[in-house]
Design a protein around this ligand. Structure first.
Ligand code: SF4
Length: 205
């Protein structure tokens, strides 16, 4: 399935009750070939109105956090959510809503093929890493799953509520930058490969 097809299916989706209340589907934003995929929990009021993830105060903070480590939603990351329609009153998405929507995120991940997946907050971490995940205990820890490097850190909304978490969040960001550099350096080191008569050959630089 390609991006257009996937988006069209999502735009029309009513696999869970959240589809009835949405103003706009919040599909995702960023570079579709990004090395890093950030995943939040679900759209809030502003996101629902604009059809883009992380656009309110939490979104502004996320953009600042990304800029801190030389990343940007316009250039080198992709941002999506566990559910693509706004849960009422900004409650956490229910387990059955997450299950219904997850195949779309999986398909986005298959298309993007990121090296790194960062879970923003508990909902994303308990859905993608471990159902018993504790953000306070295990933020900043790397997990290697199915060929992806995964980490959870604090949701920007949590950082707005509790300034004391910002120091730990900054350390997590530095770990993300370090892993990003390590993995992209590995890619750069691989010699370019040219195809000749169906056989692959290494080319000289
Ligand atoms: S949240 Fe996901 S599964 Fe539910 S209606 Fe929206 S797109 Fe469909």
């Amino acid at each position: 399935m390609d991006w257009e097809c996937l988006r069209a299916i999502c735009e029309d989706c009513h696999r869970c009750p959240l589809g009835q209340g949405r103003t706009n589907l919040v599909f995702g934003v960023g570079n579709p070939r990004a090395e890093i995929l950030f995943v939040g929990e679900g759209p809030g009021e502003q996101e629902d109105l604009r059809g883009e993830p992380f656009v309110g105060k939490a979104g502004i903070l996320l953009d600042k956090m990304l800029a801190c480590i030389g990343l940007s939603r316009k250039e080198n990351v992709y941002i999506a959510n566990i559910v693509k329609c706004r849960p009422p009153h900004n409650r956490d998405p229910l387990p059955e809503e997450r299950t219904a929507c997850l195949p779309y995120l999986r398909e986005q991940t298959r298309l993007i093929r990121p090296k790194i997946i960062i879970c923003l907050g508990k909902v994303a971490a308990t859905t993608l890493i471990d159902p018993n995940f504790s953000i306070m205990r295990s933020h900043g820890v790397w997990y290697e799953r199915k060929g992806f490097w995964m980490m959870a850190t604090f949701h920007p909304a949590a950082l707005l509520r509790n300034e004391n978490l910002k120091r730990d969040a900054y350390q997590d960001l530095l770990r993300i930058r370090e892993k990003y550099e390590e993995l992209t350096a590995e890619t750069k080191k691989e010699p370019p490969v040219a195809e000749t008569d169906g056989k692959k050959e290494e080319t000289e630089k």
